[in-house]
Design a protein around this ligand. Structure first.
Ligand code: ZN
Ligand code: ZN
Length: 313
């Protein structure tokens, strides 16, 4: 394939898909140190302010949310108002999310939803973001599976731009861009996986190698609208996609994109591997070179699914 400049489905954003040009993700230390005690281990915690806990069947916590001790934003700081919490996804040190059971991932999503709703209700909060960093290059400093949730007193420009371009597309087409992406990519080479509730694809103008989007088939605005079955579908898809990334040794982020201020939107999850240090063109212009065509990424993930099915049967 020759290099191609591609525009996003509906946003004014461009990438250059250029196979073999630039660095593919290379193995990072993504297999966390299975031993040791960290700040997120039950024995490493001291006086944490717990805002949510899920004790499962054991009676001891299995998933908790705590106020981030090293937070950039705090409710009593008028110069940097907000709240920052860490959702510790397991009491076991050194596990990756893809190794959890579907039920456990559903419970992690229940924790996200509880804290998302609570932080949205804080006075003066304009936006709440839920995200996960896994692996050294993605910015995670502790090899203990966790996510973060932050309440911001401002609407970040990137989120505002997404909402503006979503609304523009809706006005011009009388339909939702994400509902349309599902229709457009069904049966196409960028398709990765689907079931009754969820559609997974490698986006046409992916700004990172092996990037993937998880879009619920139902047009819902935010994470709190997910049903139990929809959460199970998300858990299965995360196990497929993140399992492959773990196998390749690629670190990643994922972000949950929700409606702004309860306005119309189509909630979805974007998975972004953190492959390489950005080069000059990317830093200087914002135009990104992606050396892995999304079609190739989708094929790789579908191969993983076929492999999983073979093992099961
Ligand atoms: Zn730990
Ligand atoms: Zn939609």
């Amino acid at each position: 394939m020759k290099p191609e400049i591609r525009k996003d489905y509906f946003k004014d954003e461009y990438v250059i898909i250029a196979p073999g040009r630039g660095n593919r993700p290379h193995k990072t230390i993504n297999a966390p140190d299975p031993v040791g005690v960290c700040h997120f281990c039950p024995d490493g915690m001291h006086h944490e302010k717990v805002t949510y806990h899920d004790n499962g069947r054991t009676g001891e916590w299995e998933i908790i949310s705590v106020i981030n001790k090293f937070a950039a934003l705090e409710p009593d700081n008028h110069s940097a108002y907000g709240q920052s919490e860490v959702i510790i996804e397991t009491r076991r040190h050194g596990m990756n999310l893809s190794e959890f059971s579907v039920d456990h991932i559903v419970r992690i999503f229940n924790a996200y939803i509880h804290r998302y709703d609570a932080l949205r209700a804080m006075p003066g909060v304009k936006h709440v973001i839920v995200f996960k960093n896994e692996g050294g290059r993605a910015g995670a400093s502790i090899p203990h599976s966790h996510s973060q949730i932050m309440a911001l007193p401002i609407l970040p420009p990137k989120i505002e731009k997404e909402a503006r371009e979503y609304n523009k597309y809706y006005l011009e087409n009388d339909s939702c861009p994400y509902c349309d992406i599902i229709k457009l990519e069904t049966g196409r080479p960028r398709f990765i996986w689907e079931d009754k509730h969820l559609f997974v694809l490698a986006p046409y103008a992916s700004d990172c190698p092996y990037g993937a989007w998880l879009i619920p088939k139902r047009h819902i605005r935010r994470i709190s609208d997910l049903t139990h079955s929809e959460k199970e579908s998300i858990a299965m898809a995360l196990k497929i996609v993140l399992g492959k990334m773990d196998e390749m040794g690629v670190s990643y982020n994922y972000f949950i994109e929700n409606s702004v201020n309860g306005e119309d939107y189509h909630m979805h999850i974007k998975i972004a591997p953190r492959p390489n240090i950005w080069a000059g063109l990317e830093l200087g212009t914002g135009v990104i070179i992606n050396p892995v065509p999304p079609e190739e990424a989708a094929k790789l993930y579908r191969g993983q699914i076929e492999l999983d099915n073979k093992i099961e049967s």
